[in-house]
Design a protein around this ligand. Structure first.
Ligand code: ADP
Length: 159
């Protein structure tokens, strides 16, 4: 059984993330979505809210499990028997950071490979920060995040 871990902040999950999850499931039997508590980032949603949102959005994709995590990703990968770390690559600008991360993870555990997926071109300019900024300013982001996420964001920005 080939298990992959897709780590990220998912603040909030977007159609770009879901595109990567679907693509990764074509070659992996199970995908664990690891939602980082995110000490290094100020998040709009708590980790519990982010996990719940990903769960709702990924409900229709089988072979997917969602959990919150804190700590070293490679420890979680080992604990869960994962042989791959899944990441998305949008532009060349993602590359430097992803390259560093992948080589560090390889150093920590050479048995775990990093796998990169390119999203559909229509999602390649998306990131969670841009979505939040546009929404904060009253712009329309429908179609870029699932309807359940849109509703949660509307609630957040109203309060
Ligand atoms: P992180 O804090 O780890 O960057 P993100 O939730 O922003 O968390 O991203 C998690 C992963 O999803 C990263 O590999 C990122 O490149 C990828 N990703 C984010 N948005 C998209 C998108 N629109 N298309 C493809 N991959 C994406």
């Amino acid at each position: 059984m080939r298990i992959g871990i897709f780590p990220g902040t998912f603040d909030p999950v977007t159609e770009g993330h879901l595109d990567i999850i679907r693509r990764s499931r074509r070659i992996l039997d199970r995908v664990i979505i690891a939602v980082a508590r995110g000490h290094h980032k100020d998040t709009l949603f708590t980790v519990e809210e982010r996990v719940a949102m990903v769960e709702t959005c990924a409900e229709s994709i089988d072979g997917v499990e969602v959990l919150g995590f804190d700590g070293l990703l490679i420890d979680l990968a080992r604990k869960r028997g994962a042989s791959a770390i899944i990441r998305g690559l949008r532009f060349v600008s993602d590359f430097d950071y992803e390259f560093q991360l992948a080589l560090m993870n390889r150093r920590l555990d050479p048995e775990v490979e990093s796998l990169f997926f390119m999203p559909s071109a229509k999602y390649s300019y998306l990131n969670s920060s841009v979505i939040k900024e546009v929404m904060r300013l009253g712009g329309d982001v429908s179609g870029l995040v699932p309807p359940s996420v849109l509703a949660r964001m509307e609630g957040k920005f109203r309060s």
